[in-house]
Design a protein around this ligand. Structure first.
Ligand SMILES: [Cu+2]
Length: 165
């Protein structure tokens, strides 16, 4: 169901992303249940706890990624950007449903992290889109992502790449 692999710029990438989003929606409720049972890491000194981070392996040039952020500090912060030496570009995407069609848009300003709240990028909902892997990313490997916040110092996490199935 994916479009041709040739590069046609943003339009083609968006179509592939949307196909991925729909697939995710079908698969994901189960995975989300399993994953939510696995979050047990202690809060970091910076106040923002990162759990459930993973990337879905895919033959597509655009991959989807997920993580959960919990703000333990008493002030709001903002996740402004995510970078990685393994990807040309990483975007945060917001998913909405309009007339039965799932749509997504990039969040160039990032996401707010209110005190005491949990912000999820999870299958079937908001997610990360990872573009231009260099070299190709394979299931079973671990790749570094650096989270850049408005307040907290940058944090690099190691994220597992899981099989697409
Ligand atoms: Cu997306």
């Amino acid at each position: 169901m994916r479009g041709p692999r040739s590069r046609h710029g943003i339009m083609m990438n968006l179509r592939e992303d949307e196909a991925m989003c729909v697939t995710n929606l079908v698969r994901l409720s189960l995975l989300t249940l399993v994953l939510s049972a696995c979050s047990g890491a202690p809060p970091s000194s910076a106040g923002v706890e990162v759990t459930d981070a993973w990337i879905r392996a895919s033959p597509s040039p655009v991959l989807a990624g997920y993580l959960t952020l919990t703000q333990h500090g008493d002030r709001p912060d903002r996740l402004r950007a995510i970078t990685s030496p393994r990807f040309g570009r990483i975007e945060m995407h917001q998913v909405s449903h309009e007339g039965g069609v799932m749509r997504m848009r990039a969040l160039p300003e990032g996401v707010t992290l209110p005190p005491g709240e949990r912000v999820r990028f999870a299958p079937g909902a908001n997610h990360l889109m990872l573009f231009d892997a260099k070299p190709a990313v394979q299931a079973g490997e671990t790749v570094p992502l650096t989270l850049r916040f408005e307040q907290a110092p940058p944090r690099t996490i190691q994220v597992a790449v899981r099989p697409a199935g």
